[in-house]
Design a binder for this molecule. Structure first.
Ligand SMILES: [Zn+2]
Length: 235
């Protein structure tokens, strides 16, 4: 199995560059589209992450396929904490709809609230249900389709890592909530919609659901299962 992917067309590639002796490095070109396999290896990380924020598939391919990701579990803990904090704010504004903007130090005081830890556990459960539902749907999709070189094989570890990483949009909500002038549920809705869009892009580069329609369908089913299971649980 090829380790890398062309970020333009998604075809497998053996290498991103060739290191000749004497410090000479030659960037590899894709055998399918003839573009540079991964132009981002020469870019600053800020540019790469800005392109990922804009949901560009090449940036997703570079980050999820062509880069070794470490500490994904630490990232998961941070993401769950962000999600728990967002839920805490939602509860606060649900109880007092006319409450003014929160003070920045609320983020520290929130650590004293029992609900934060309860929300943390709920967020972890939700994420797990969503991941299991998506992987199951992808597995069924692959079984139905059968093998073949034209369809990428399901790599569960890669898909799970990509979906977890796609939650990075949740981190952006925290500064908006803390330093925004007014509270608005629209920030939270937008952040959730953005995360769903990131999920779709992540599936298109890592999963066997490579078309936009397939990826949207799989994510919709995963979200529906997650919502259904959470709705059935006692609160
Ligand atoms: Zn290519």
């Amino acid at each position: 199995m090829n380790k890398f992917q062309c970020i333009s067309c998604g075809k497998p590639a053996d290498e991103l560059y060739r290191d000749f002796k004497g410090g000479i490095i030659k960037i590899s070109h894709c055998s399918s589209c003839d573009e540079v396999v991964d132009k981002y290896i020469e870019y600053e990380p800020v540019i790469i992450y800005l392109d990922a924020l804009l949901l560009k598939l090449p940036a997703f391919r570079h980050i999820l396929i062509n880069t070794v990701q470490t500490a994904i579990w630490k990232f998961t803990l941070v993401i769950l904490l962000c999600e728990a904090f967002i839920r805490l704010l939602q509860d606060r504004y649900a109880k007092v709809p006319m409450a003014g903007p929160i003070k920045p130090d609320y983020v520290f005081y929130s650590a004293l609230e029992w609900n934060l830890y309860y929300n943390y556990a709920v967020s972890a459960g939700e994420l797990m249900i969503f991941l299991m539902a998506v992987v199951t749907v992808l597995f069924i999709l692959q079984r139905k389709r059968g093998g073949g070189p034209q369809h990428p094989q399901l790599n569960i570890q890669l898909v799970v890592r990509a979906l977890i990483w796609s939650n990075f949009g949740k981190v952006l909500v925290i500064p908006v909530m803390l330093w925004g002038q007014t509270y608005s549920a629209i920030y939270l809705s937008l952040s959730r919609a953005y995360v769903l869009a990131c999920y779709v892009q992540a599936l298109r580069v890592t999963g066997p659901a490579s078309s936009l329609l397939e990826a949207v369908t799989v994510i919709s089913i995963g979200s529906a299962v997650q919502w259904g299971v959470m709705a059935c649980l006692p609160t």
